[in-house]
Write a protein that binds this ligand. Sequence first.
Ligand code: NAI
Length: 336
Amino acid sequence: MKHTITLIPGDGIGPEVAVAVKKIIAAAGVEITWEEMSARGDIDRRGDELAQSAVVASIRKNGVALKGPLATAVAMGPPSINVGLRKALDLYANVRPVKNLKGVSSRYYDVDMVLIRENTEDLYAGLEHEVVPGVVESLKIITERASTRIARFAFEYARKWNRKKIHGIHKANIMKMSDGLFLTSIRKVAAQYPDIEYIEMIIDNACMQMVLNPHQFDMLLLTNLYGDIMSDLAAGLVGGLGVVPSGNIGENVAIFEAVHGTAPDIAGKGIANPTALLMSAIMMLEYLDEVAASQQIEAALHQVYREGKSLTRDVGGAATTAEFTDAVMGALAAKV
Ligand code: NAI
């Protein structure tokens, strides 16, 4: 089947890794017309303007996008475009599978978990203001609707992918109303899925447990901020952001993206590792029901890592982006 997909290569190393991923997907025989939103002008809009922009229109029309990293200013400037896109398209579920890639040295092995993060509210609602000079207020918004929706998504995901256990992560001992509402909403949904074990854990303990014994986790369900932090923590246990994918899923629309940044220190040098964007593309192909191609690409990627001869510098090798890409395509040729 032919697909039309919006591609946002992004900034910094984004275009370099996007080229690599496009080549590998084409080599797997999946027919994709990429609608490329390359000019930052396509997306450099904010709020209502972003919602009306060409890039959002393209993603809405195509239903699926693949996205590289976008630079965001810290502690100043306009709001993040990443967050803006999720809001404009109501991509309420952030899905972050965390699994070892054989050949990448890491703190732990045989880790296999999925973090599901609510993506639209919490402290990311962006409602901050200065009350008086020297005092600012940032609002944490939690609704029953969004909490129930993400809980249902997580339990349905568990059933679909044969996962057995979900940890609901919270700080409801302190934020009794907001995190309390998140928890009570999950409990109502959990009661409808007796086949999936549901356990609650306070966020600070969960962080410690994750570092001490990540194997106890199968799936985690979190609000936006805790999910953002814990998913990076979890990625660190298996080798870092360069080897984990992510998907932002809404009703009939999804953006798959690498979770690392624009890597300005190595941009333009031809040494960026396309693995994270490739793994996100593998998730995207699964979402598009291109299961055979996604499995073939995954197997080729694993083979290149197992062999360890053509890895990029960030994972201990010496290969360029192009050499790594060629190695994956070579491994793929034997499988297609
Ligand atoms: P970063 O992820 O860009 O870089 C951290 C370190 O990891 C650097 O040493 C970099 O060279 C390395 N690295 C990252 N991706 C790599 C890859 N694919 N291959 C090889 N090495 C890689 O994080 P940093 O420096 O905090 O952020 C830089 C910019 O990226 C900022 O403007 C930030 O806002 C943006 N950013 C965007 C994200 C997104 O669009 N989803 C996510 C995180 C950051």
